[in-house]
Design a protein around this ligand. Structure first.
Ligand SMILES: Nc1ncnc2c1ncn2[C@@H]1O[C@H](COP(=O)(O)OP(=O)(O)OP(=O)(O)O)[C@@H](O)[C@H]1O
Length: 607
């Protein structure tokens, strides 16, 4: 039991939030916060060690005094909520190790001495807010700091000289300027991208004379040694280099403006944008409601200027097994909105040559340079496996990337399992469901070889990312994206980040993919929509908990989808698959089966 005073503190904290009555309805006085029922409260040996209040749409104020009364608290997460205003006084929480505020609307400067008494801090994630002003210099005092994520804010000024042994670092997309301190130059250029005035290693932009104030001027001794003639030569060379850089940038920006214009048809069609706000993941009818339209029709600018100037080069084909197409073909295609997922919006384009494709506008991949993106896409384009959806083409712009795949008329496993309960659903017999489970396992086995060095060879495995061929052979999509996506967005939109591994310990390994596989298996066998797919956990069935309880009470048979009842002879095999799903969703990743073992066990299940 947690001390009663700490229960009171949490209830005080709850009061400080808006709308918490519903969202934190599980926080009630007569039940211990460590009973396992209080949403977001993490305990170890009945000591409250973490508050993981992510993805809950919380807003209002945060009663930091109440939090400071919880003595064992080490992790505080408010990731992806709606808090606004200046940073709360978290600097009162002297023993905190992880402070995660990513994706809120916090704004304004952070006091320079904010971190001075937070000596235990290891992880600071403030990305995706509106923090401004200088990055606090007191960060340099945090000896234990391992992860610092400040990307996508409005920080300005110079980077402090951080000398700690930081493992994960990102300040991209701010307004920082000046040289990158030597201790930080070990991080890749993507960690600094989107700051127009940063210079030095690892950016390709050397610090020129305009930043001379950041460097010590040559000492009189050096002056004497080389003489003033040497200084004049350096100044002339620098001057010429600056002129050359300006000409280069002018030419580049002209080119970029042209690329932007070329793509105006697809990316700036205001009507398409408007309807793409609607999230329509399950019913196919929803796309029909939105209606059909020729994408090129609604934008004069696009059908005119874009059409005349663009060539096939605007779309880069990485796999031409279905034939080649260009931007013009896409512009003339009839478009239907399919949905607006976490990584971007998707629409179907039916081209005149009979080929229908899905164009996915990927948001928040702006960390990636064109060359790296091109190399990744070409690697994806070379994949040939029965259970993997190979992309056809891509389009790269700085602010937006498009990803084109073949349209699969049967839709996703999510749609077939839970969508309009039409004929497709009744076709989901036990043999078909087992075929789907085995196909998913084979696709994963392939990805685990092809992307074996990735932390997350899939990373976004869920039933809407399992498409079905006409014969129900499954095809995995949206795989291996993690290295391409801005971390703050990955946290919000990739399903691996919704696993207990990440929610409780902010750690991700290949075991997170195993957990996601487990959810799909339980979904296939129970026919239930997993509550895990909702970011606030509301709606659907908590399949993991339901299966765990039923197995411990030896009521497994009740879990099988009633629509599979007439496959009674295969009951043992269904229970065998259910047990694999349960093993994959074991909450402790160390005790969870490995992907290889899970795949082997799925392959063993007989009809
Ligand atoms: N190639 C495809 N053929 C047919 N339907 C597709 C195809 N690709 C995606 N879809 C469907 O279009 C809808 C929108 O897809 P999208 O990938 O944008 O979002 P999502 O899968 O719901 O979420 P996320 O972005 O997290 O993967 C989904 O229902 C998906 O199953």
């Amino acid at each position: 039991q947690a001390p009663p005073s700490e229960t009171q503190s949490l209830l005080k904290l709850k009061q400080s939030f808006k709308n918490s009555d519903k969202i934190l309805s599980s926080w009630i006085p007569n039940v211990s916060p460590c009973s396992g029922t209080w949403i977001g409260v993490v305990c170890f040996n009945n000591i409250i060690t973490g508050l993981h209040l992510s993805d809950l749409s919380l807003s209002g104020t945060i009663d930091v005094d109440a939090i400071s009364e919880i003595r064992g608290l080490r992790t505080l997460s408010f990731v992806n909520n709606s808090f606004t205003g200046p940073i709360p006084q978290f600097n009162k929480l002297g023993t905190i190790k992880s402070l995660l505020l990513t994706q809120n609307q916090f704004s304004g400067p952070i006091p320079q001495d904010f971190f001075s008494h937070l000596n235990s801090l290891k992880k600071i994630w403030f990305s995706g807010n509106k923090f401004s002003g200088d990055i606090p210099v007191s960060l340099t005092e945090l000896d234990l700091l391992k992860e610092l994520h400040l990307e996508s804010n409005e920080f300005s000024g110079q980077l402090p000289n951080l000398k700690q042994d930081i493992k994960s670092f990102d300040v991209s997309n701010n307004k920082l300027e000046g040289p990158i301190p030597e201790g930080l130059s070990k991080f890749g250029a993507v960690s600094f991208a989107g700051n127009a005035n940063l210079c030095g290693k690892p950016l390709e932009k050397p610090c020129d004379g305009s930043f001379s104030s950041y460097y010590s001027l040559p000492s009189p001794e050096t002056e004497n040694r080389y003489g003033s003639g040497w200084a004049v030569k350096v100044i002339v060379i620098l001057f010429l280099a600056v002129i050359a850089a300006i000409i280069f940038l002018l030419v580049k920006s002209k080119q970029r403006r042209r690329e932007d214009d070329d793509f105006s048809v697809v990316s700036r069609d205001s009507n398409v944008d408007e309807v793409m706000q609607v999230h329509v993941p399950i019913t196919r009818a929803s796309s029909e409601r939105v209606g059909r339209r020729n994408v090129g029709e609604s934008s004069k600018r696009g059908s005119g200027m874009g059409g005349a100037r663009t060539g096939i080069g605007d779309i880069v084909m990485v796999n031409d097994e279905k034939g080649s197409f260009g931007l013009q073909d896409l512009m003339k295609a009839a478009a239907e909105v399919l949905g607006n997922g976490g990584l971007g919006s998707a629409y179907k384009a039916a081209m005149a040559n009979g080929l229908s494709v899905v164009v996915k506008r990927m948001r928040e991949m702006n960390k990636i340079g064109k060359d790296v993106f091109d190399a990744e896409m070409r690697q994806f384009g070379r994949i040939r496996h029965t259970n993997i959806l190979t992309p056809l083409a891509y389009h790269y712009r700085r602010e937006e990337k498009l990803f084109v795949t073949e349209y699969k008329p049967k839709g996703s496993l999510l749609y077939v399992l839970h969508g309009d309960r039409g004929t497709s659903h009744s076709e989901l017999t036990w043999p078909i469901r087992l075929k789907i489970a085995k196909g998913i396992a084979r696709g994963l086995s392939f990805l685990y070889t092809e992307f074996s060095t990735y932390d997350l060879p899939h990373g976004n495995l869920k039933s809407c990312n399992v498409l079905l061929n006409d014969d129900y052979e499954p095809l995995l999509s949206d795989y291996a994206f993690q290295p391409l996506i801005n971390p703050s967005v990955a946290v919000q939109s990739m399903f691996a980040y919704k696993t207990p591994d990440y929610i409780q310990n902010q750690k991700l390994s290949q075991k997170a993919d195993v957990y996601c596989l487990g959810i799909i298996i339980l979904e296939i066998i129970t026919g239930k929509f997993p509550s895990q797919y909702h970011s606030n956990g509301k709606g659907g069935t908590d399949v993991v908990q339901w299966v765990l309880t039923a197995i411990s009470e030896r009521r497994e048979a009740e879990l099988i989808d009633p629509e599979l009842q007439n496959n009674a002879n295969s009951m043992n095999q269904m229970l065998q698959l259910l047990q694999i799903g349960a093993a994959c969703t074991e909450s402790n990743p160390d005790q969870r089966v490995h992907m290889k073992e899970a795949i082997r066990r799925i392959e063993e299940v007989q009809l």
